[in-house]
Design a protein around this ligand. Sequence first.
Ligand SMILES: Nc1nc2c(ncn2[C@@H]2O[C@H](COP(=O)(O)OP(=O)(O)OP(=O)(O)O)[C@@H](O)[C@H]2O)c(=O)[nH]1
Ligand SMILES: [Zn+2]
Length: 465
Amino acid sequence: MPAQSVRSLPSESSSVPASVERVAETVLPTRHGTFRLVGYRDGGGTEHVVLAQGIDDDAPDTTGPPPLVRVHSECLTGDALGSWRCDCGEQLDAALAEIAREGRGAVVYVRGHEGRGIGLLAKLKAYALQDQGIDTVDANTALGLPVDARRYDQAAEILQDLGIGAVRLLSGNPAKEEALEDLGIRVVERRGLVVSERSENARYLATKRARMRHDAAPVADAWDLLLDGVVPAAPAPGEAEELAHRYGYVAAATGQLVIGQLRQSLDGFIASRTGDAGLHEDRGDQGHLQRLRALVDAVVVGASTVLTEDCSLAVEEVPGSSPVRVVLDAGAKVGVQARVLADDGVPTLWITGLGAVVPTGLPASVEVVRLAEGDFAPRRVLDILQARGLWKVLIEGGGKTVSRFLDAGVLDRLYLTTAPVLVGDGVPGIRFSGSDALDEARSAPVRRFVFGQDICTEFNFAAVR
Ligand SMILES: Nc1nc2c(ncn2[C@@H]2O[C@H](COP(=O)(O)OP(=O)(O)OP(=O)(O)O)[C@@H](O)[C@H]2O)c(=O)[nH]1
Ligand SMILES: [Zn+2]
C-alpha cells in the first residue's frame, strides 16, 4: 500500500492560547556575530527565544524586502547534541549564518516543538521504533501520538510583537508557511536551507519529502559552498570533508590572503638546464592547483614561466571560474600569442616596466600596468591587486617569482610540492637570501598531502607571523 501523505494538525487544534509576553532582553555573541536575544513566555508557560539582527520593533523597516525569518522547532538532539539523525542543527546554524550575512532577520526558537510537538522522550521512543525499520511518520502513529502536533500561534505573536508582519521564511515545510499565513503573517517567499545529506539522515529527509510535503532540501555541495566563500558546517565524510579541511581557510578569509605554490624536483629544480619543464606535465595533484586557482581572485606568474610553459592559468578541471591573470613582465617579453593574453573572457593585468614596448591591438580584457623598474616589489604588486579588489592571490610560479614573494615575507601559505626526481642542475625552484644561523631558517606549522608520487608540504606562515 502506498504511504499516505500527512498534513500537520492545524494550529487551531490546540487548546492553550499563546498570548505571549516579552520577559527579557539581552544580547548573545555567537560565532555568527552578536544577536539581540529576546525571551518570551506563552500563555501555557512555555519559554521561547528570538535571536535577531537589524530588527527595530519601534520603527519596522518597510522599505526593503521583508526580513529573513526562521521559525525553528526545538530539537535537543539536533540543535545541542549535534545529531545526524535529522537536519535541525545544520538548519539552525545555516539560518543564523544567512541572517548575519544580511545583517537583518530573526530566528524564533520555538520550545515545546520537540519531536514535532510530542516531546523529547516520546521522540526517543519514536527513534527506537525507527531503529527497527519503520519511518518517522509511522513511528509517531505507532505510539498513539500525532504525526505533527506543532502549533505556530506563539511564533506568529512573537513576530508581531517584534513588528514583523511579513517574512521571507527559511523553511522547507509548506505547513509552516500555511500556518503563519493563517495567523496573519505574510510569507512573501519560502526556501529551505542547505543541509548535508548523509547516510544517517537520508531516510528521514526522504520521508519528510514523501509523506510530510517537505520540499527537497537543497543538498550542500561542499565545493560550491567553498566557491561561495562559505565553509561547510558539517561536510559529509569523504571528499567533501577533505575539501573543507584543505581549503576552508581560503573560503573563510576576509582580508588579503597570499598563497604561493611551486612544484620542484626533490633537489630543488623546476626544469632542466635547457629549460625542459616536463616535470609539470603529470601533476597527479587531485586538482589541487585547479582548486587553488578557482578559490582565489588573481593568479600571479612571472614572464619566464609564461615563456617556457605558455600556460593559460584557467580553471578547467574543477567547477569554478578562472581568476584574473597577473603577469609580471618588466621587459614586456611575453608575446601577443601567449595564452595569458588571449581574448578568452578572463581579464589579465600585464605588469610591465615604464620603458617596455607593448604591442598594439591587445584585447580589451588585457590591462597594461606600467611600473618603474624598482617598483616590482611583491608588496607593491599586492597593493596594485588590492586596489582592484583582488584580495585572494595565488603566486603560481616560477621559482624566482614565488621565491621573491617568500623572501618579502608576504606569503600566508606556501604549497611546496616535491616530485621524486633528481635533476642535478637546472632552473632553480625555491631560492632566497636565507640566513647564517639555521635557527633563523623559515619554518611554520605544516600539513602534508600525498599527490600520487609527490609530497606537497603546506607551510602556514600566517600562523607564525
Ligand atoms: N517525532 C519525531 N520528531 C522528529 C524526528 N526527527 C526530528 N524530529 C523533530 O522534528 C522537528 C523538526 O521538524 P522537521 O519536520 O524536521 O522540519 P520542519 O521544522 O517541519 O521544517 P524546516 O523548517 O524545513 O526545518 C524538531 O522538533 C525535531 O525534534 C523523528 O524522527 N520523530
Ligand atoms: Zn532534529
